[in-house]
Design a protein around this ligand. Sequence first.
Ligand SMILES: Cc1cc2nc3c(=O)[nH]c(=O)nc-3n(C[C@H](O)[C@H](O)[C@H](O)COP(=O)(O)O)c2cc1C
Length: 143
Amino acid sequence: MLFFLVYRSTAVVPQRSAYEALIYLQARDRNAKKEITGYLHRECQFYVQYLEGPENVIKDLMRTIDRDWRHKDVQELFHGHVSARRFPGWDMAFTDAETSSFRARQVVLGSEPDISKASTEKILEFMDETALSEKARLMAYTK
Ligand SMILES: Cc1cc2nc3c(=O)[nH]c(=O)nc-3n(C[C@H](O)[C@H](O)[C@H](O)COP(=O)(O)O)c2cc1C
């Protein structure tokens, strides 16, 4: 059985900064080696991340992520077991509000637009939909 976890946190590093690019590159590289797949989204100052893989590996990683200075107020939203991966093929999908806006989608759907208040279910729906499009592919970082 695979383990999955979703959390929300508040970013400390600027959006599309070199610091943020490094988070993504680090995650992609390390996850590939540890059989972790998932999705990271940034909207305004918030990160939401879905991680899935072997239970001990995800729990270890979560302890590391929790201590990472590049974000704060890490709040676990949900965890559990799944029989199949939700994001197979994504060492770490990554989007931000400029490539795929959670707020814009929720406004259209008439749901809570603020990602800091939105339900886990809505966040996962958003990730599911976006991961199917090309937008989640590696974004171009400037500075
Ligand atoms: C928002 C955020 C998401 C992260 N996601 C991952 C991830 O998916 N995989 C990963 O290995 N590290 C991720 N990291 C980085 C880890 O916190 C950590 O820096 C990295 O795994 C290196 O760990 P080490 O210093 O123990 O070698 C993330 C960091 C942040 C701030």
